[in-house]
Write a protein that binds this ligand. Structure first.
Ligand code: 3PG
Length: 307
C-alpha cells in the first residue's frame, strides 16, 4: 500500500485535512499525519518508510531525503519550494512539486490587511492614510502579484509591475503598467509589493540601491521571503529616511533593532500566516493530494519543479 506522510509544523485547517484524507482513502493509500513537530529529527524518523510526502514550509534537506528510502514524490503544498533540496531529491530520482496559485489569494489579501493596519496606525483611533490615488509596484508578476494588482486597482491605486519573465502584453492586458527596468518600478512607486521566490538569483537583491529610489512615503511590503532582502540596506534606509516603512509576513533577523528604533514604521506578523486560511489550506492541500495520486497511479509529472 502506498504510504503518504503529511508533515506540517503549521497544521492545515481541519476541512483541508478531511478532504485530503478522503482523496487518499479513495485511492487506497495510507495517510499519516505529523503536525507541530518540535524537532527536525521527528521528520527524519517519520519519513523512513513513506512513498510520498506533503509539506508546507517544512525543511526537506539532504538528511531528510537520505532518510526517506522509499520516497518517490514530495509535494510542497504552496508556492515557494526553497525549503526542498532539489539537487538531493533529483539525485535520488525523487519528484518534487509545488501547487502553484492555490494559496495566492490568501497571500494577496493579507498584504492589503497589513498595509491598512499600518496605514491606520494599528487602529488606534488617530488619523491615518488611504490607498486611493497612491502608486503600487509589483515586483514579480506571478500568481500573487497578479491578484495584488487586481485588488490594488479596486482600491483606486495606480498599478505598475516589473517581471523580466512575464510578457509585457500579459501585464498590460491586466491594466497594469509594465516597467522594463526594475529601477523604474522603485522610482515610481510609493508601495512596493515583493512577490519574488528566494533563489540564487534573488537572494539579498532588495538592497539600498533599489530602496533609496523610492519616492516619499516609501512602504515595502514583503509577503515573499526574508532571504531576498539585504537587511543591512534595510537598516540603513530606516535610519536615513523617516518616511520609510517596512511591512512583512516574514520576520527579519534584524527585527529587534527595527522594533527598538522605528516604532510605528513597521509591522511584522508574529508568525508567517499569509497562506493560513481555510480556503488556501483546502486549495493547496487537495491539489497536493490529487497530484500525488495522479503521479503514483498515472505517472503524471505536471507541476514537477526539479525536471
Ligand atoms: C508559499 O510559498 O506557498 C507561502 O509562503 C506559504 O507558506 P506556508 O505554507 O508555510 O504558509
Amino acid at each position: 500500500m502506498t504510504k503518504v506522510l503529511l508533515a506540517t509544523v503549521k497544521p492545515f485547517a481541519p476541512a483541508a485535512k478531511e478532504g485530503m484524507a478522503n482523496i487518499f482513502k479513495s485511492a487506497g493509500f495510507e495517510l499519516t499525519l505529523l503536525e507541530k513537530y518540535p524537532n527536525q529529527d521527528d521528520l527524519i524518523k517519520a519519513v523512513a518508510d513513506v512513498d510520498a510526502l506533503i509539506i508546507r514550509s517544512d525543511i526537506v534537506d539532504e538528511q531528510v531525503i537520505n532518510a526517506a528510502e522509499n520516497l518517490k514524490i514530495v509535494v510542497r503544498a504552496g508556492a515557494g519550494y526553497d525549503n526542498i533540496d532539489l539537487k538531493a531529491a533529483s539525485a535520488k530520482g525523487i519528484v518534487a512539486m509545488n501547487t502553484p496559485g492555490q494559496n495566492s489569494n490568501a497571500v494577496a489579501e493579507l498584504a492589503f490587511g497589513m498595509i491598512i493596519y499600518l496605514n491606520r496606525n494599528g487602529f488606534n483611533g488617530t488619523a491615518g492614510t488611504e490607498l486611493r490615488g497612491k502608486t503600487i509596484g509589483i515586483h514579480a508578476y506571478g500568481n500573487v502579484g497578479k491578484i495584488i494588482g487586481y485588488i490594488a486597482k479596486g482600491m483606486g491605486m495606480e498599478v505598475h509591475a516589473y517581471d523580466p519573465y512575464v510578457d509585457k502584453v500579459i501585464i498590460e492586458n491586466d491594466g497594469v503598467k509594465s516597467e522594463n527596468n526594475v529601477k523604474d518600478l522603485y522610482k515610481k512607486c510609493q508601495y512596493i509589493s515583493l512577490n519574488l521566490p528566494a533563489n540564487n538569483e534573488t537572494k539579498e537583491t532588495i538592497n539600498y540601491d533599489l530602496l533609496s529610489l523610492m519616492p516619499k512615503g516609501a512602504t515595502l511590503v514583503n509577503t515573499a521571503r526574508k532571504e531576498i532582502i539585504c537587511e543591512k540596506s534595510l537598516l540603513k534606509i530606516f535610519k536615513e529616511r523617516q518616511d520609510f516603512r517596512y511591512i512583512s509576513d516574514i520576520t527579519p533577523d534584524c527585527k529587534e533593532q527595527i522594533a527598538r528604533d522605528y516604532a510605528g514604521r513597521y509591522f511584522f506578523t508574529p508568525k508567517k500566516m499569509a497562506a493560513q486560511t481555510a480556503e488556501a489550506n483546502i486549495n493547496a492541500g487537495l491539489a497536493a493530494a490529487t497530484q500525488i495520486v495522479n503521479f503514483i497511479k498515472k505517472g503524471d509529472t505536471t507541476f514537477q519543479v526539479n525536471k
